[in-house]
Design a protein around this ligand. Structure first.
Ligand code: SF4
Length: 422
């Protein structure tokens, strides 16, 4: 069995010293030594990646601390906050097994066609006000028509006019010739298209498009000058070898940002009831991605609340990016709780380094309590907010998805008349 040395983060000398002081021992994975070699330019091998996944639960926080040195080196103590706007929900003709928007999904998600540009920009602006420096504009479907691209280009132009500082990432599915260039010309900074899983597992996950379609779209985006964003959904039934295969494919793709989603097994989808992840296992996966792609923006994405659970702050030690608030079809924890978590873990929100994240959380909290449409949740207090309403509607204490229960379907934000979770 692979074991690791048990040094703690606090006691650890700088990586450069550790490399000389702690050679790899037979049968043991010295995670600090591995991180030091990676810092010096070593490329994680398949054997090392598998050993990372085999780190025992009791030593997983040591692994996180070692991988966290790379996160600190490349991203300091900042957390990039991203905000999702679901431009078009459900009604997809594709059959991705994990997806609540798929063909034949019985999940009772919000279903709506394209938001009007004004509404999309309004929704995005609320995320920016909540601290987001990147807005991800997402639409269901195999891929956009040229008319769809024109529509999204209009939204991007309007959003950039109102918030020139914000990064915009489009996520519209498989692109056709010329569409990436059009999005780039409209002001998009990035394009997201996830590989999701290993090529060897892909035929079991989807039959209506191929893994190669996804690789090609990421390549088109890069070629057009868009920053490539591509990531994973873990917990689909992949084995460790397939997980490493998928992570190394992302490394080969040189994705600038890598969202790691944790399967939310929606009722009414083929993967309903699939619970294969543990919180510490999720930490090992994030550490693996950090060690394989040390300079990539690593985002703990959908499903973090229900799978990482109390380990979310520990995950921030290796991931440097999160989505704020809700996801495409499900509700995340309260946006104010996201910001409070960042503050409590000692991090700053990227682009808002001069503002205490607790202050951002208080602003979100206060704006929620000013909004009569926000349902009161009765948090029970314990909040440092100065809004004067703690205990009568505090979103900091509002429950997100509880551990091991079904995803909470989104009923607020884009496509509804309710205030978003931002
Ligand atoms: S992941 Fe995208 S392409 Fe696949 S079913 Fe869902 S919305 Fe459609």
């Amino acid at each position: 069995m692979t074991t690791i040395n048990s040094r703690t983060h606090a006691a650890a000398p700088p990586l450069s010293q550790q490399a000389a002081a702690s050679p790899t021992l037979d049968g043991q994975l010295d995670v600090y030594e591995l991180a030091a070699r990676i810092e010096a330019g070593h490329r994680l091998t398949r054997e090392e990646a598998l050993a990372v996944l085999r780190v025992p639960d009791a030593a997983t926080h040591t692994l996180v601390a070692a991988a966290g040195r790379l996160r600190q080196k490349f991203f300091g103590n900042t957390v990039k906050v991203n905000y999702l706007v679901n431009l078009k929900s459900g009604l997809c003709p594709e059959d991705c097994t994990y997806c609540s928007q798929r063909l034949g999904s019985k999940a009772e998600i919000l279903k709506y066609t394209w938001l009007k540009p004004q509404e999309a920009v309004h929704q995005a602006g609320l995320g920016v006000a909540g601290g987001a420096s990147r807005v991800c504009m997402v639409a269901s479907g195999k891929g956009p028509t040229d008319r769809d691209v024109d529509r999204v280009a209009t939204m991007i132009g309007q959003l950039k006019d109102e918030h020139p500082e914000v990064e915009v990432c489009a996520c519209l599915g498989i692109l056709k010739e010329g569409q990436a260039a059009k999005l780039h010309a409209a002001g998009a900074d990035a394009y997201n298209h996830n590989l999701n899983t290993a090529e060897s597992l892909y035929p079991e996950i989807c039959s209506t498009h191929t893994y190669q379609d996804r690789v090609d779209t990421v390549g088109q985006a890069r070629h057009a000058g868009l920053s490539p964003c591509s990531g994973l959904i873990v917990g689909l039934g992949e084995n460790p070898e397939q997980l490493v295969e998928a992570v190394f494919a992302l490394r080969d793709l040189e994705a600038d940002s890598i969202p790691v989603n944790f399967l939310m097994p929606f009722d009414g989808t083929p993967l309903e009831g699939t619970w294969l992840l543990t919180p510490l296992g999720c930490l090992r996966i994030l550490a693996l991605v950090r060690l394989a792609c040390p300079q990539a923006e690593l985002r703990m994405a959908g499903g973090r609340e229900m799978h990482l659970r109390t380990q979310q702050p520990a995950a921030l030690q290796v991931a440097n990016s999160i989505f704020l608030g809700d996801y495409l079809t499900s509700e995340g924890q309260a946006a104010a709780a996201d910001l409070a978590m960042i503050a409590d873990a000692g991090f700053m929100v990227l682009g808002q380094e001069d503002v205490d994240p607790n202050e951002l959380a208080r602003r979100v909290h206060a704006s929620k309590n000013r909004d009569a449409r926000q349902p009161a949740t009765g948090c029970g207090g314990g909040c440092a907010s100065t809004c004067g309403t703690a205990g009568t509607g505090c979103p900091i204490g509002a429950a997100g998805p509880a551990a091991g229960v079904e995803p909470v379907l989104r009923r607020r934000g884009a496509g509804t008349s309710e205030s978003p979770n931002a």
